[in-house]
Design a protein around this ligand. Structure first.
Ligand SMILES: [Fe+2]
Length: 198
């Protein structure tokens, strides 16, 4: 590995850093979401908007790592993770946010395809359905799905919350232990976490 510390190296086009990993559509989706979220107020929200912003970015990164490990498309897993709590953002409520997300996910994908994608590829109808299907089911952590995109989103949500210090119990905890083991990490989750404050 060669590290270029020469003059002007900070100005290099960073789009080549990903090399084989395609993340350009995901990055554009994240930009759309961030623009929509950055000026929202916390008033009358179940969760502060800064939590949604942080959780959106970190979940999408974890989704890519786990997808690479599991041999599924990292960008699609990342897009599903980026969008998975849009129901909380749009309705301000945590209750039933997964089911409520469907129309908002389709709206954002439509806005990406028609307005924001520039020369990037479309998100196809099949891809959109796969993403929506994973998102609407992601709250049912106790159900093990045979769809790898549904499963990965549930695992990512549980692990990301844990890594932010959110109290992790029940099926969230079981999923965290399972995923950490999958990554070769033996972690004792008991008594390590408490209520998060952001
Ligand atoms: Fe989440």
């Amino acid at each position: 590995m060669k590290i270029d510390q020469g003059k002007g190296s900070m100005k290099k086009d960073i789009s080549n850093l990903g090399m084989n990993l395609s993340a350009r559509r995901l990055n554009r989706i994240l930009s759309i979401l961030f623009s929509e979220m950055k000026d929202l107020s916390d008033e009358d929200r179940d969760l502060p908007i800064r939590w949604n912003v942080i959780h959106m970015y970190t979940s999408s990164q974890i989704a890519k790592i786990l997808a690479l490990k599991r041999g599924i498309d990292p960008e699609l897993a990342g897009i599903a993770a980026a969008l998975h709590d849009i129901g909380v953002v749009k309705t301000k409520r945590h209750k039933n946010h997964a089911e409520a997300a469907e129309r908002y996910v389709y709206e954002i994908i439509e806005s990406y395809n028609s307005k924001h994608r520039g020369d990037l590829p479309q998100i196809t109808k099949e891809e959109a359905e796969l993403i929506v299907n994973a998102i609407v089911q992601h709250s049912q952590k106790e159900i093990i799905s045979d769809n790898p995109f549904v499963e990965i989103l549930k695992d990512v949500d549980s692990l990301d919350r844990y890594l932010h210090g959110v109290k992790t119990e029940g099926t969230h905890r079981e999923r965290c232990i399972k995923v950490l083991k999958e990554l070769g990490i033996e972690e004792n989750l008991i008594n390590r976490t408490k209520k998060v404050s952001y």
